[in-house]
Ligand binder design. Structure first.
Ligand SMILES: C[S@@+](CC[C@H](N)C(=O)[O-])C[C@H]1O[C@@H](n2cnc3c(N)ncnc32)[C@H](O)[C@@H]1O
Length: 345
């Protein structure tokens, strides 16, 4: 592959772009939120401020890779309801776009603007082909419920010359000290090579199963205390009970990976194992659970939301390395730098 330049749509504080930087790649992220832009500036990440819908591939003519994590509705495939209707809307528009229709004015009339946003990466991919500058690789990331959208987009990308792979990855299987699951799509122009998802390097976490147990060809999952070191052992108590039952509140000890880090992480209590209340996670600590480097310069308002929105940079490094066929040593060096040597590949 030639020099790699990424244009990252809905770039947030830059989970993917921080990974790209440590992999030695160039990335420009399009983002409109003031807080995320302030963090990006402090972290010296390339940024085009503004609304993704107002730009197109022609403005980023050196970019040969497209990435994006658009804000999305929740799509439920089973059953009826708004989730399924939202999915039908998206798929209907995607098919019209694949036939070459410009659906932008119709999208502005929809009640939920997120329907249009999730289609933006497809608009960019098709426009780039039209302009004779097809992206060599495309990488999309979102919550698992968005997988049916990636499957539909994958079929369209296959019909216009891409090899596509998609699936739901478990962050802890890539050494992230967190059991976050994410739906990923990787597409590569067929002339460039076949698309393939990254292979897990670590074992999946199962409550109560020791980290030493399981597939001996994989490394044990990484516990929270490996990255968030406190003088004493601790337990994180989620603010939410499953099904609204406070007794069912999620608990993870520092000897386990964190539950999914969300924008509400500051509501989680941190307690010593003897029950004493400890300081809640700082932004720096929450960022490290997401595998942002120690000392990452968080800025602006609603930092917790910025952190919760991001793809963990270590997971992003694995996804980028698979999508761009990077050398193992390049990935290993990036993960080592991101984690201060605490996570290996
Ligand atoms: C799920 S987050 C993406 C996080 C990012 N992938 C990362 O790893 O840090 C979605 C981001 O899209 C931004 N956003 C939403 N609508 C936008 C638009 N129309 N134009 C630009 N940015 C937008 C939000 O401010 C938010 O930061």
């Amino acid at each position: 592959m030639p020099d790699i330049e990424i244009v990252d749509l809905f770039a947030g504080p830059g989970g993917l772009d921080v990974a790209a930087k440590h992999l030695g790649l160039t990335a420009t992220g399009i983002e409109w939120d003031d807080g995320a832009k302030a963090t990006r500036k402090a972290a010296e990440l390339g940024t085009e401020p503004g609304d993704v819908r107002n730009f197109g591939p022609e403005k980023f003519d050196d970019a040969n890779v497209l990435a994006g994590g658009p804000p999305c509705q929740t799509y439920t495939v089973a059953g009826t309801g708004s989730g399924r209707r939202a999915l039908e809307d998206v798929l209907g528009f995607a098919e019209r776009m694949a036939k070459g229709e410009d659906v932008r004015s119709d999208l502005t009339r929809l009640d939920d603007v997120r329907t249009g946003l999730v289609l933006e990466p497809l608009r960019w991919a098709l426009a780039a082909i039209e302009q004779g500058r097809a992206y060599d690789a495309i990488i999309l990331e979102q919550v698992p419920a968005v997988l049916p959208v990636w499957v539909a987009m994958g079929k369209i990308l296959e019909s216009v010359g891409y090899s596509v792979d998609h699936g739901v990855l478990r962050a802890e299987q890539f050494g992230v000290p967190q059991t976050r699951r994410r739906a990923i799509l990787i597409a590569r122009r067929r002339e460039v090579g076949a698309a393939k998802m990254p292979k897990p390097t670590h074992r999946p976490f199962r409550k109560g199963v020791p980290r030493e147990a399981g597939d001996p060809s994989l490394k044990p999952w990484v516990p929270m205390r490996e990255v968030v070191k406190r003088p004493q052992a601790y337990e994180v108590v989620s603010n939410y009970g499953t099904g609204g039952d406070p007794k069912a509140r999620g608990r993870r000890t520092c000897f386990e990976p964190s539950a999914t880090v969300t924008g509400k992480i500051s509501r989680n209590r941190v307690v010593a194992l003897d029950g004493r209340e400890l300081d809640r996670f700082s932004h720096g600590e929450a960022g490290q659970l997401q595998t942002f480097p120690e000392g990452h310069p968080w800025r602006g308002r609603d930092v917790a939301q910025q952190i919760g929105n991001a793809i963990p940079p270590v997971l992003a490094a694995h996804v980028l390395a698979a999508a761009l066929d990077l050398e193992h040593e390049v990935l290993a060096k990036a993960v080592d730098e991101l984690s201060g040597g605490r996570i290996t590949v």
